[in-house]
Design a protein. Structure first.
Length: 416
């Protein structure tokens, strides 16, 4: 467990040793990076050995600055296996070959993070360290200080990005969101050579700054910055206002266009709704019309079927009339005597089923005249039935002739 001396002091000047080197003198200027060194992995065993603490959750300070003068010939490349250090407040990983900041977002209590003298190319994965007060990433390969990466670090007091590759003055202006920042070091970056007013810009925009590039900020520096950048700030604000106005105009035009589009869509939807209602009414009318047509068709079909049956019956009856007319002059059939009834029995003269014009065999001459008088208006047609009907009639006549001959023999035998 660390002593109370490890706490971050309130005096700003006490941060200077942290800015220039890692704690306890482990990070020295003559400890150059050896990119070909063997890799040392962070393990629980290594953590316990360096911290001299068996319970990982009780460790508050961990210095993994592996110096070759202390017997370590390997370098750490990956930040890993720190999940159990839930109470860690101070982490130093200087003088290694780390390329990426990772696996530290869970260290909610971390207040000091030293990553100097590594090979880090991007400042990332530190936005969740909301209690961080000291961040040292000097002597790396950073080109930017991403605003999204640091905007949540509202408790940050010390930021050291010296000896990197920062070129834009905007990176310094973006730091004004850090209201508690009191010490900033950007020495050794190209921005100092490209922008001659970096000091004035930092002092002007970072109102709470006490130390800049290792030197205290004086009232004379503030006055010079205000004199030089006040009008520039006004111009920047005017430009920003004009930009906002243009943006508002663009948004207004876009809003009007959206409103016009919505109105057109509403009109189209209304037309479609009216058209849909009209279509629904038309569909209902057509369905009713179709239903009525189906009913009428069913009735007409029924009537047509009945008419067809009637027509067929009439045609059949007419055919039978024609057949009966053909055989009306055959004469009376032979008579047979029924001894049980003591009278002669005549065979029916019907050849067909015509009910109105039967062939009355065996009638008296007067009765024949009466029959002929009844059907004197009947129009005889010479049209013969088709072959199938003719053959059927011939077969019926042949069968009837056979029956007559058989009955005649019976009558002769009975008389004898």
């Amino acid at each position: 467990m660390d002593n109370e001396d490890d706490e971050i002091p309130n005096n700003v000047s006490s941060f200077s040793p942290i800015m220039n080197s890692t704690l306890d003198g482990n990070c020295r200027e003559d400890d150059s990076l050896n990119t070909s060194a063997s890799i040392q992995y962070i393990t629980d065993r290594l953590i316990r050995k360096i911290s001299k603490q068996e319970s990982l959750n009780l460790i508050e300070r961990l210095d993994l600055t592996l110096s070759s003068r202390e017997g370590y010939v390997k370098k750490i490349k990956y930040i890993e296996n720190l999940e159990a250090l839930i109470n860690l407040r101070h982490l130093s990983l200087s003088n290694n070959i780390i390329e990426k900041i990772e696996h530290i977002s869970h260290l909610k209590h971390l207040r000091i993070l030293i990553l100097s003298h590594n090979m880090i190319t991007k400042l990332e994965n530190v936005s969740n360290l909301i209690n961080l007060e000291v961040l040292n990433v000097s002597h790396n390969l950073l080109e930017r200080i991403p605003y999204k990466a640091i905007r949540n670090l509202q408790r940050l007091k010390v930021l050291n990005v010296a000896h990197n590759k920062i070129e834009e003055l905007k990176q310094v202006k973006d730091l004004r969101e850090l209201g508690n920042l009191v010490e900033l070091d950007i020495r050794g970056n190209p921005v100092l050579d490209q922008c001659p007013h970096v000091v004035d810009t930092a002092v002007f925009y970072l109102r709470g700054l006490v130390t800049f590039n290792g030197k205290p900020v004086t009232q004379a520096m503030r006055a010079s910055a205000d004199k030089r950048l006040h009008q520039d700030e006004v111009n920047d604000l005017n430009d920003e206002i004009r930009g906002k106005v243009r943006m508002i105009d663009a948004v207004s035009k876009e809003r009007e266009e959206v409103i016009r589009t919505l109105e057109e869509k509403k009109k189209i939807e209304e037309k479609l709704r009216v058209s849909g209602n009209t279509s629904m009414l038309r569909i209902a009318e057509l369905e009713d019309e179709l239903s009525n047509t189906k009913k009428l068709l069913a009735e007409q079909t029924e009537q047509l079927t009945a008419a067809c049956h009637k027509h067929y019956a009439l045609e059949q009856e007419l055919a039978m009339y024609k057949v009966d007319v053909r055989f009306r002059d055959l004469g009376p059939p032979p008579s047979t005597y029924d001894s049980s009834e003591h009278k002669y029995v005549e065979e029916s003269g019907y050849v067909s089923k015509a009910p109105l014009y039967p062939v009355h065999y065996g009638l008296n001459p007067g009765e024949h005249l009466k029959t002929e008088e009844m059907y004197k208006d009947f129009e005889y047609s010479e049209d013969l039935p088709d072959n199938s009907e003719l053959k059927l009639l011939q077969q019926q006549l042949a069968d009837k002739e056979k029956r007559k001959k058989y009955r005649l023999r019976l009558c002769v035998d009975t008389t004898a």
